[in-house]
Write a protein that binds this ligand. Structure first.
Ligand code: SF4
Length: 108
C-alpha cells in the first residue's frame, strides 16, 4: 500500500476525538503490553523500518496509532509509530494534510 492509499484509509478516523484514539492505542496497542519483558528482537540491530515491521506486525490499532501520531507530532514525528518509521510518516503527513477538512483548514 502506498502512502496516498494509507492517507485515504485514515479518513475513516478523522472525526474520532484524539482522546478516544489515545485510549484505544494505550489499551490495545501491541507494544503497550506484549513486550513488557524482553522483546524477541532484543540484541539485534534493527533499522526503524525493520523495527516497525517486527514490532507492529499484528497490532490491531495500527491506523489509530498512525492517525494519532500524525495529529500530535505531525512532521516532527520520531521513532516507530503506526507500523511506519519516521521518514515514511513525515512523507505521509504531507499526503494526510491534503485530505478533506485538513486541506480546507489550511486554505482558510
Ligand atoms: S502500531 Fe506499533 S507503535 Fe502503534 S501501538 Fe501498535 S505496536 Fe505500538
Amino acid at each position: 500500500m502506498n502512502l496516498v492509499e494509507i492517507a485515504w484509509g485514515l479518513d475513516r478516523l478523522r472525526w474520532v476525538p484524539s482522546a478516544v484514539l489515545t485510549e484505544v492505542v494505550n489499551r490495545d496497542g501491541l507494544c503497550m503490553w506484549a513486550f513488557m519483558d524482553e522483546p524477541p528482537w532484543a540484541g539485534e540491530e534493527l533499522t526503524d523500518h525493520e523495527l516497525a515491521s517486527r514490532m507492529c506486525a499484528g497490532c490491531p490499532v495500527r491506523d489509530e496509532c498512525l492517525e494519532l501520531e500524525l495529529r500530535t507530532a505531525g512532521a516532527d514525528t520520531v521513532g516507530v509509530w503506526g507500523a511506519l518509521p519516521a521518514d515514511e510518516r513525515r512523507e505521509l503527513h504531507w499526503h494526510w494534510l491534503q485530505r478533506g477538512e485538513r486541506a480546507e483548514r489550511r486554505r482558510s
